[in-house]
Structure formats: C-alpha cells, structure tokens
Design a protein around this ligand. Structure first.
Ligand SMILES: C[S@@+](CC[C@H](N)C(=O)[O-])C[C@H]1O[C@@H](n2cnc3c(N)ncnc32)[C@H](O)[C@@H]1O
Length: 274
C-alpha cells in the first residue's frame, strides 16, 4: 500500500497554528495564564461531536483513573488532556503531524498538565512503544487517513496489555457511494481510506480483538454536522476547528453533513478487548 504519510501531514499542517489559537483564545476573553481543558474544547477536540463525543466514548470505557492510555492520532491533544484532567489517567499521544504535536505540547504546558500527558511525533503503523504497556488504546477520527488497517489494528493490539481495551470513534464508508470532497480529513480521495463498519469489525477481529460495545452513532453525528453546516453559512465563531482547517472549512462542514445525510459516511463508537 502506498505510503501517503507526507501528504496526510501536509493536509493537516498550517504554519503558525499555535499563534492563531492563542490569538483566538485571547479574543474569546480566555485567561491565558489559567487555561483549562474546557476553555480549549471548541478548538482542540478535532472530531465529529467534539467534547460530548469524547465523554460518550470515555463513559463506554468506564475509566477509573488508574489506566495508562495511548491516544493514536492525538491531534492537538484535546481528548488526551481531558482524560488526564477529568479521570486522572496518564496519557501518551502519538501523531503524524509535527505541527500538531508542537501545539499539543504548548497547550499541555498552558493547562498545567505536563507530567500527566506527553506526545510523540510518529506513525500509528509503527508505534514507538514496548509490547503490552497500555491499559487502553484510544483513537478518534484518525483511521480514515490510514489505508493499512490490518497493520494499524495489529500495532494497537501489540501495545495493549492482555485484557486491555481499545476505544474507537471512527468514520466508516456507508452504502451511498464515495464521499464528497473536501472533508476535514482530506481534500481529495488519495489520502482518504474508509471501510464499511462490517469490514472494519472483521479486520479488528482478525487482529485479535473481541467486540464488547459497537454503537452506530451516525444519527447523532448527522444532527451535529447539520448544525455546523448551517453555522458555516455565517461568520465563524472566534474559537473553533475552522482555525485548523484552512479557508475551505465551510465546504468541509457542508460536505460532512451531506455525506452523512446521503449515507456516504457513517460514524461508530466501539470498545474492544485484547
Ligand atoms: C481529524 S484529526 C483527529 C485528532 C484527534 N484524534 C482528535 O479527535 O482531536 C486526525 C489526526 O490523525 C493523525 N494521523 C493521520 N494518520 C496518522 C498516522 N498514520 N499515524 C499517526 N497519526 C495519524 C493526523 O495527523 C491528525 O492529527
């Protein structure tokens, strides 16, 4: 399978992202000396459903706070900081996009979470961690850029302790045909890899996971996506994921809603056990 890591990183990279986020936080009246993960949630939860979706997936896992967690495709770090801050977990994040890792580290310092959350730049297809060292592997809206799912899920299993859990929020291919582009994860098809929920589940089981929870969340995602598409007709809020996406963000929001409506895409949450 072609290695398109460079194109994926180019898709997500915008220079001066950190400065743009700090300026937006100031404009939104946030106190930069006392930032909390809640202040950042409109911009650093970079997936469908944002913070409420993170809470829903975390509740499915049932964290106690004692878990050592790996967030695969950790982005700007919103979910990883939330798990550390709210539940007390110790979280590592790995992400392909160097700029995102830099911003994630900056926001972690600014929220006083250094020592509880750390980030590495690297690929999910070759995780730089020992075998069996995490209680939970977590990933939200990252696999749609990864074609080699067999290797991805094998790597996720390798770093999990026996009995450890994999928590996923993923975009799946729907029966309605290929997605309209651009979308948040790709401006064109060469870096977008969607599989149906059925095929994804088979691949996870082949990699050695047992499904504990599988929830189709397409309807809920559609409601949120429609609201965001309507909001994209006006001027953007001061703080939002449009800061990450570039000038074509209104088209991305519109296409996300349309893809869900036409069942070109579906969303699901799953918790699996090694
Ligand atoms: C839509 S963002 C989601 C970020 C984060 N999970 C969140 O929900 O806020 C997708 C992320 O996956 C990362 N990614 C894509 N392919 C990857 C790979 N092969 N290895 C590691 N990270 C990858 C991207 O760099 C990007 O940060």
């Amino acid at each position: 399978m072609a290695d398109c890591g460079g194109s994926v990183e180019a898709h997500y990279t915008s220079p001066d992202l950190g400065e743009a986020i700090l300026a937006a936080l100031k404009a939104a009246g946030k106190d930069l000396d006392h930032l909390t993960p809640d202040d950042l949630a409109p911009v650093d939860e970079f997936h469908g459903g944002q913070r409420p979706a993170t809470i829903r997936l975390a509740e499915s896992v049932g964290f106690t706070g004692a878990e050592r967690v790996l967030d695969v495709g950790s982005g700007l770090g919103g979910p990883s900081r939330f798990l550390a801050w709210h539940y007390g977990c110790r979280v590592s994040g790995i992400d392909l996009t160097a700029e995102f890792v830099r911003v994630a580290e900056m926001l972690t310092r600014m929220t006083g979470l250094v020592g509880r959350v750390d980030y590495r730049q690297g690929t999910a297809l070759d995780l730089p961690f020992e075998d069996r060292c995490f209680d939970v592997v977590w990933s939200q809206n990252a696999a749609m850029n990864i074609g080699d799912r067999d290797r991805l899920y094998t790597e996720m299993r390798r770093v999990l302790k026996p009995g450890g859990r994999l928590a996923l929020q993923e975009v799946a291919a729907g029966p309605g045909g290929p997605p309209h582009f651009p979308v948040q994860w790709a401006r064109e098809p060469s870096i977008s890899f969607l599989f149906s929920q059925g095929v994804t589940r088979e691949k996870l089981e082949m990699a050695g996971f047992r499904v504990r929870i599988w929830q189709d969340t397409t309807e809920a995602a559609q409601v949120m996506a429609q609201a965001r598409a309507r909001a994209a007709e006006g001027s953007p809020p001061v703080l939002g994921t449009h800061l990450i996406l570039g000038t074509d963000w209104p088209a991305m929001f519109r296409n996300s809603a349309r893809n869900l409506e036409e069942r070109r895409t579906e969303l699901f949450n799953a918790v699996l056990e090694r």
